[in-house]
Every structure is written in structure tokens, then in C-alpha cells.
Design a protein around this ligand. Sequence first.
Ligand SMILES: [Zn+2]
Length: 257
Amino acid sequence: MRKIIQESLISALLFFGILYATLQVDWMKTLHLHPTIVGDKLSEWVWKLSESSLWKVSNREVCEPIDSLVNEMCIANHIDKGDIHVVISRDNEVNAFATIGNHLIINTALIRKMENESQLCAVIAHEVAHLQLGHIQSAIRQQAVITVLLTLITGNGQSEMLASLTGQMISNSITRAKENEADAQGARYMHAMHLDPMEMANTLETFESYGILSYLTDHADSKERARRIRKMHFSHNGPYRRILSQETWDKLQEACQ
Ligand SMILES: [Zn+2]
């Protein structure tokens, strides 16, 4: 019995060891694969897998205000809106994340938790910055290749579990430096929209005060990050404005309950 436990432990360690080592290599480069052809096809396939686990929200009260915020952010910052695909998912986990194919997933629980539109914009700005700075794309291509390899090895039945496992590994591999970069860029996006960029810092602190939330566990060390944002200098760009009316905001909140 002990031997069996030992053997399975060794197998598990080996599996994760190999998986971890595999993630450290840029396979697209090593195998001379052309990222726009092979990587994007694989990414598309992995996206289809991930997409099926989302409970997409399509009612107007939710989609239109979020679309307005993203639209304003793109216009003010000369970002092609066609590059950002927002998906709102009915999910009780307080989370938002950028993923495959320039998708930005926002869970209804996160919207519900936000006290005002600036906080929500701060979260969106941080994730859009990850996409625009290319932090996600390279990691995602890696994930796509690995998922395909793992599916070939283990059979299709395990692919969803493996996709989420590798996804977790990738989100852990976004370095502190990249988080700081996305914060700073996100704050600049907000400033350009005539929103208070310091809301980026406030939002991080608010999240921390809520205790352990998934958004924070993926985005560790929020106090230090808030401190960095507060040290940034912005030219005067006020008075700050509101994008959504109070009524629209209230309806959005209500629809996310
Ligand atoms: Zn991040």
C-alpha cells in the first residue's frame, strides 16, 4: 500500500515537474512555429474549451453600460475597440481576467462588488493594459501548445481540467513587474478618460479590505501596488466626470445580483 502511495506521489511530482519545466520554454520559438498561424489556431481551440465553461450574460442592463465604459476607454486611449472582446459571465467568484483571443472576462460578482464606475473602470483598465502590453498573448500561446500536448497524452476527457490547470499556472507566471506595468498603464488610461487615476490605487486597497478574493490572490501584494500608483504624477485633467448615470449604474448593479 505504502509503495503504491509512494509511486503515485512520484508520478504526480514528475507530471507537475515536467509541466512546469515545459512552461519555462518558449515552444513557439523553439519549434520555429509561426505564432500567427499555429498559435492563433490553437488559441482559438483552447478558447472554445474555456468558453463553454462560461455562463454568458447578454441582457442590456449589464452589457450596454460595460460596453460604454470600454468604448470610452478605447476612444480616449486610441485603442482599437475591435481588439477587445468583452464577455460578462454570471459567476459568484469576484474576478475579472484577460485571456485568449483578446477576451476580457468580467464576472457579475465583481461588478456587484464595485462601489462605483471608477472602481470598475480601474479593474477593466488593468486588464486591458495586460492585453495591450502583450502580457497575455505570449503566455496564452504557450498554454495552447501545452494543452494540445497534454490532450494528446491524456485523452480528450481531461482537457478541460488541464486547460484550467495550465491557465492557473500562466496567471501565476505573470510577474510582479508586469502587474506594476499594467497598473501604471491602467492608471494612464483612466487619466485620459478624465477619471481619477488614483481610483486604481483605491480599488486595490478596497479589494484588500474585503479579505481574500480571487482577484487579489491572482494580483498579490496590493498595498505595495497602491503605493506605487500614488507615487505617479499626472497633469491636471479634472474635473473628473461620470460616464454612466446613477440610474444606469443602479440598474447594472441590480441586474448582477
Ligand atoms: Zn494583472
